[in-house]
Each structure stands twice: as structure tokens, then as C-alpha cells.
Design a binder for this molecule. Structure first.
Ligand code: ADP
Length: 164
């Protein structure tokens, strides 16, 4: 299938990136000409990793994918998306529980910038139970998260929790 010549932004906290996020990025790459993974700097949650640590981990994990770049942004997503001339916002939908929040966000974002389309992608079902919070919980108590996150993230998690 020829790719749409479109710029897609995949925004999130990515604290840290998981195999579920990577699955969505791969799907976005197969659909759109270029994909920006955009890490929010908004401190709504107290993150485990700094913005630059999160950006670096995503860069390493996506280094083999063509046309993926990683950036950070602050403030409103739609202001940033307009500035970058994005066509599409990509979000991942895991389960019905994601739906209500994502639906609300997508409609608000459409009001803010009607030309930018939100596209929802579903990951492989083996990732539907994954989120960054559960990965951090398991890693914190020495559980094995090697099948949940890319290798570099696994190493960073071990390092971060080794003194606890
Ligand atoms: P946010 O704080 O914006 O929700 P996240 O990093 O938690 O940031 O998630 C970014 C996006 O990735 C969201 O659309 C979320 O639904 C999606 N996502 C998170 N984990 C997964 C997963 N395991 N599979 C598919 N999509 C996911």
C-alpha cells in the first residue's frame, strides 16, 4: 500500500517507552511518510525519567525505523502540531477503558485545530495490558520486564531502581 504523504505526530508521556508504544510507532510508520514521536514536557505526573532521558530511550529504540524523529514539546499539543504542520495525530487504543478519555481529547483537539485528524491505532493484542505505570511498578520490585520494554529501556530501569 503506498504511504500517505503525511506527517503524523505520536504524542505521549513515554515514561518510559514500552513495546506497546513501539507497536503503534511501527504501524504509524507503515501508514505515513514521516512520524514524529513527541514527548510532552508537561509535568502532570511526576515522571521517573527526565524528558531528555525519555527522548534518548525512544531514539535508541526506533533507530532502525526510517523517517521517525523524536522531539519534545510543551504547552498545548495542537499548538505544537500546527507549528510542525502536522496532518495527523496518532494515538493508541488498548481497550474500552482508553476510549472515553481519548474520545474527549480527540473532539477537543478537533475544535482547536479542525484540519488535523486524530487516528487511533490498535496494538497487537499481546500489548493491550501494558502501560508505563505497570512496567515501573514491576521493575521497582525487581520483576522481569524484559518482554515488556526494549532492551535499552530494560537496562535503564534496572539502573534507576538498583539502589532502592
Ligand atoms: P499519555 O500520558 O499521553 O497517555 P502515554 O505514554 O501513556 O501518554 O501514551 C501515549 C499513547 O500511547 C496513548 O495514546 C496511549 O493510549 C498509547 N499507549 C500506551 N500504552 C500502549 C500500549 N501498550 N499499546 C498501545 N498503545 C499504547
Amino acid at each position: 500500500m503506498p504511504k500517505e504523504k503525511k506527517l503524523a505526530i505520536y504524542p505521549g508521556t513515554f515514561d518510559p517507552i514500552t513495546n506497546g508504544h513501539l507497536d503503534i510507532i511501527q504501524r504509524a510508520v507503515s501508514l505515513f511518510e514521516s512520524v514524529i514521536v513527541a514527548v510532552t514536557t508537561n509535568p502532570s505526573k511526576a515522571p521517573l525519567f527526565t524528558v531528555s532521558e525519555r527522548v534518548n530511550m525512544i531514539e535508541e529504540a526506533t533507530s532502525k525505523l526510517e523517517n521517525v524523529t523524536v522531539e519534545n514539546f510543551s504547552g498545548l499539543l495542537m499548538h505544537y502540531a500546527e507549528k510542525r504542520n502536522a496532518d495527523v495525530i496518532v494515538r493508541g487504543l488498548r481497550a474500552i477503558t482508553d476510549f472515553e478519555y481519548e474520545f474527549q481529547m480527540a473532539l477537543v483537539n478537533r475544535k482547536l485545530a479542525g484540519d488535523i485528524v486524530t487516528v487511533f491505532l490498535m496494538p497487537n493484542e499481546k500489548y493491550t495490558y501494558l502501560n508505563s505505570t505497570i512496567v515501573k511498578e514491576v521493575a521497582k520490585f525487581d520483576g522481569d520486564v524484559s518482554s515488556f520494554v526494549p532492551q535499552n529501556v530494560h537496562e535503564n530501569l534496572i539502573d534507576r531502581f538498583k539502589n532502592e
